[in-house]
Design a protein around this ligand. Structure first.
Ligand SMILES: Cc1cc2nc3c(=O)[nH]c(=O)nc-3n(C[C@H](O)[C@H](O)[C@H](O)COP(=O)(O)OP(=O)(O)OC[C@H]3O[C@@H](n4cnc5c(N)ncnc54)[C@H](O)[C@@H]3O)c2cc1C
Length: 306
């Protein structure tokens, strides 16, 4: 691997940084270093980078804002791609808003509101990028990003660029199966003209609800588990007696059992052990195996397995 990474550094298809700590690049604020972070600022740089990585057979992980992942304490071998620049641009045309993969959901919702376009209000306050949001089919308070989604350009594993429309993707609850093995590029959303002050008022309402219901004072990755059919992860976790449980710096808050937090000194191993412990207790008591929403990266085996 060392010599492959040296060859990549020599070819330099885009800006590269070596041995970069991942903890500051994730909202959990945990995890070890990535061998290399590659930062393409345009589609051409991104495609060049992917061609080089394929040719050199270097593994890579595509990072959004790091708000739904847990990176292992030993970090990530190979390359982490973190795009920016042109890949974070947002534009509008009539009632359609387009966004590059690295654009923040925060800016997408705000720009839509500034243009008096309605439809994205439920997403306001969800951290993350548009690419990560689409990959996860992010949503809250009765809405999902797929609701207004029209189409997306993607890079396939064969490095082909193609367009997927809403009909091509079987969006489900926090899932978009057809996006699993591709890299999301620009996506478009069809919104409805609305009253600007009503749109901003709805966004503020959603923000307040989020602040009431989520622990905001400590690092987290939002909900750890998906909602099990007909129930709530938080209810099961509380009923299993896990509220307030702590492993090292990883805590199940007493306020919101579904969102685990890091007291800022916690390691990824402690967070993973807490997730595994809670899953085991819920399974043993209620015969329900909670499905994780948070994605583990850089671990040798599934760290949440029970
Ligand atoms: C405080 C807090 C509150 C949250 N609340 C919510 C909520 O209400 N609803 C909700 O749905 N989520 C919530 N989340 C989770 C998270 O914000 C979303 O899942 C978000 O969409 C993840 O985006 P990201 O850019 O951070 O992706 P990352 O965490 O960086 O990556 C997640 C996955 O997406 C993939 N990915 C990212 N970009 C691309 C791309 N361009 N192409 C292909 N794959 C890509 C990554 O490879 C990875 O597999 C919350 C998180 C936090 C920290």
């Amino acid at each position: 691997m060392r010599s492959k990474l040296q060859e990549l550094a020599k070819r330099r298809p885009c800006a590269l940084r070596e041995n970069v700590q991942m903890a500051p690049l994730t909202t959990f604020r945990a995890g070890g270093p990535a061998d290399i972070i590659a930062e393409p600022s345009s589609e051409i740089e991104l495609v060049n980078l992917l061609c080089t990585l394929q040719e050199l057979e270097i593994p890579y992980f595509y990072l959004g804002l790091g708000s739904n992942i847990l990176v292992s304490d030993s970090g990530i071998r190979g390359v982490v791609i973190r795009s920016h620049g042109e890949l974070a641009e947002i534009s509008t045309s009539d009632n359609i808003i387009s966004a590059g993969p690295a654009a923040r959901l925060l800016f997408l919702t705000t720009i839509a509101a500034q243009k008096s376009l309605s439809g994205l209000e439920p997403l306001s306050g969800i951290p993350g990028t548009v690419g990560g949001g689409l990959y996860m089919n992010a949503g809250a308070y009765g809405g999902e990003i797929s609701d207004t989604f029209m189409d997306v350009r993607v890079i396939t594993p064969g490095l082909e660029i193609k367009t997927l429309t809403k009909q091509d993707i079987a969006f489900g609850y926090r899932s978009a199966p057809e996006l699993r093995n591709v890299i999301v590029l620009t996506s478009r959303y069809e919104l409805k003209p609305g009253d600007q002050s009503a749109i901003f008022a709805e966004m503020r309402r959603v923000w307040h609800l989020r602040r009431e219901k989520q622990p905001v004072e400590f690092p987290s990755a939002g909900s750890i588990f998906k909602r099990p059919h007909g129930d709530y992860a938080g209810r099961l976790i509380e009923a299993a007696g896990c509220k307030g449980l702590r492993i090292g710096g990883a805590i199940v808050p007493t306020t919101h059992a579904g969102i685990f937090v890091n007291d800022r000194a916690g390691t990824a191993t402690e967070i993973a052990t807490l997730i595994q412990t809670v899953r085991r207790r819920v399974r043993d008591q209620f015969n329900v195996t909670l499905e994780n929403e948070v994605i583990p990266i850089g671990f040798d085996a599934d760290p949440f397995a029970v």
